[in-house]
Write a new protein. Sequence first.
Length: 118
Amino acid sequence: QVQLVESGGGLVQPGGSLRLSCAASGFTFSMYHMSWYRQAPGKERELVATKTSAGGTNYADSVKGRFTISRDNARNTVYLQMNSLKPEDTAVYYCNALLRGSSSYGYWGQGTQVTVSS
């Protein structure tokens, strides 16, 4: 059974930090590109960051220099370190696994809420 389980969300003040985790099971983790997406109320889901199966990274312009994505293939886990958080980072954050070589075959987690507010 495939599972992507996110954790680490919560309420944080502007300028603060959070570290999200996504634990994967039920598939060959190393063969998948791992990404974090987010969706704010009333907005479309957007790509935040990707860590490819080969180790490459990609970030949305809005988070460059503040967020860092990493993966531990031995633990089947992907992380998102979020620093200098802003109110506009408030959203539900989703973990995504995309099979390398595919444009659509993959899995989603259930999401974790991140709220940045004073």
